[in-house]
Design a protein around this ligand. Structure first.
Ligand SMILES: Cc1cc2nc3c(=O)[nH]c(=O)nc-3n(C[C@H](O)[C@H](O)[C@H](O)COP(=O)(O)OP(=O)(O)OC[C@H]3O[C@@H](n4cnc5c(N)ncnc54)[C@H](O)[C@@H]3O)c2cc1C
Length: 466
């Protein structure tokens, strides 16, 4: 006989304590969703375990009493991965938020999954070290969520993705087994590295309950340059020249529309005298104090070759931060328009042609919608944001956008790109997975899921259906 809802609540209360099982509507609304606003949350409860033993007990109960779970980190996800729409039990890691260990010789930090990304960045800074994975949501997102999505961000061109910094992790599979993966080793040639299977698995194989992260040296006096450009075709020669001249730590871009939203909302000054169609933000290290001269030569080259129309360079850390705000505040600024986000990537060299093709399509397909482009162009990753007109209800807007998505993703497929560069698949991109993964690959993904989660209790319905 199926276990009733009230019995499940009692089982959870016996596992984590009554006060750590939330069932009131406000908590369910808060913990049942992420940053996507298209899927109405409807969880049965949100539970807050305090340690690994409690997490194991919850998963074993889920197997025994037939309920499914949705792992929830900082809920900043942009693909609906942490949304609970079908009476699932949300497992929130907010109480498992401690840094457990630090080794200066190994340059390793052992974190509970609920450690906030910025907390880890600060911990590293206090030790004159650096955790380089960074993005606008780092003040709220959690390490567990970052690992589950293999988060990227603004420094990938130099430091790679979250995956590149995980030296070990403990996970609890859908079976309720605890696995200790890679144990913080740099070298370990003992067959399949299951750590990498769990990184980016969006909570569908198991729960990340501990992560060992490597730290690195901080960048030396980062300087920031903002360049105004007329056409996207200019970005690749600019990137080539910048890579040859400078030690790049970021190469980002945004459109004039993105800039307009930020300067209006945040009451900021326009960075360059006249508007340009696009802007490139370049960050580089001032290694041995020689980079400034090289940067000036690079700037002159771009002007002479007519690659850029105008530009500015930070003269201080404060100015560098001000320029970064123009890029970093875009997501938050446009969030009030409930944007339909496409987080797509192709090889860097294909970016100008790719953007032209997608831009032509979306301007025809959405004549009444505002389109905002920005992204990590140095990694071949652009964010296409379609803003919801005030009068259009969210569901109608979502349906209209979903109809055009296959056409956008067909272009992505033709360019051999990815329908999700860094945000994950979750609910939002699930139906489009075949544009980036072959039928054979998808069937392997399903078989892998069945091994780690035979009863399909781990974030069911996200990424793939089995
Ligand atoms: C303003 C803004 C800017 C952003 N910029 C970037 C960016 O530049 N680059 C980028 O990559 N992302 C970006 N994001 C997206 C988001 O911040 C990342 O995907 C982040 O890694 C999500 O972390 P989280 O803790 O909020 O996870 P959540 O949203 O809570 O969850 C994300 C997924 O991970 C799963 N999960 C969470 N915790 C665990 C766990 N312990 N074990 C197993 N599964 C778990 C969830 O079930 C879900 O599927 C941005 C988001 C916002 C709002």
């Amino acid at each position: 006989m199926a276990t009733s809802h009230s019995e499940i609540i009692q089982i959870l209360e016996a596992t984590v304590g009554k006060e750590w099982v939330k069932t009131n509507p406000d908590d369910l609304e808060t913990y049942g969703r992420d940053w996507t606003k298209f899927f109405p949350p409807d969880p049965l409860a949100a539970v807050f375990p305090k340690n690994i033993d409690e997490v194991i007990a919850i998963v074993k109960n889920a197997n025994n009493y037939d309920f499914s779970v949705v792992p929830s980190g900082g809920r900043t996800g942009l693909s609906g991965g942490a949304v609970a729409t079908k009476g699932e039990v949300v497992i929130a890691f907010d109480r498992m938020n401690k840094i457990l260990d630090y080794s200066a010789s190994d340059r390793q930090v052992v974190c509970e999954p609920g450690v906030i990304t910025q907390q880890l960045q600060q911990f590293a800074e206090e030790r004159h070290l650096h955790y380089p994975v960074d993005f606008a949501s780092s003040g709220s997102s959690q390490i567990g969520g970052n690992v589950a999505t293999n988060a990227g961000g603004i420094k990938v061109i130099r430091y790679g993705m979250t995956r590149d910094w995980v030296q070990g992790m403990k996970v609890i599979t859908g079976n309720g087994e605890l696995l200790n993966l890679n144990r913080g080793l740099i070298k370990n040639a003992t067959g399949y590295d299951l750590r990498h299977l769990f990184i980016g698995s969006e909570g569908t194989l198991g729960l990340i309950v501990e992560v060992t992260i490597e730290l690195t040296n901080p960048p030396i006096e980062p300087c920031v340059m903002l360049l105004g450009i007329d056409s996207m075709s200019r970005t690749i020669p600019i990137l080539e020249a910048a890579k040859a001249a400078l030690d790049l730590t970021a190469f980002e871009f945004f459109s004039e529309k993105a800039l307009q939203h930020v300067i209006e909302e945040k009451n900021l000054k326009r960075p360059l005298e006249s508007p340009n169609n696009y802007y490139t933000l370049i960050e580089f290290e001032n290694f041995k104090n020689t980079a400034i001269d090289k940067a000036m030569e690079f700037f002159e080259f771009c002007l002479t070759e007519e690659l850029i129309a105008d530009g500015t360079m930070s003269q201080s850390t404060t100015q560098a931060k001000e320029i970064w705000r123009l890029r970093e505040d875009i997501s938050e600024t446009i969030s009030k328009f409930i944007p339909y986000k496409n987080d797509i990537s192709v090889k860097v060299s294909l970016i100008p042609k790719f953007i032209e093709a997608v831009d032509n399509l979306v301007t025809q397909a959405y004549p009444d919608f505002e389109i905002v482009w920005f992204g990590h162009i140095g990694d071949g990753n652009v964010h296409l944001n379609i803003l919801k007109p005030e009068a259009t209800p969210p569901t109608e807007f979502y349906e209209k956008c979903s109809k055009v998505s296959p056409k956008i993703f067909k272009i992505v497929e033709d360019f051999e790109g990815s329908i999700s560069a860094e945000h994950g698949v979750g609910l939002l991109k699930k139906e489009f997975l075949s544009f980036s993964r072959s039928a054979e690959e998808i069937s392997y993904l399903k078989e892998i899921k069945k091994i780690f989660d035979p009863k399909n209790i781990m974030n069911p319905g996200k990424l793939i259906d089995i």
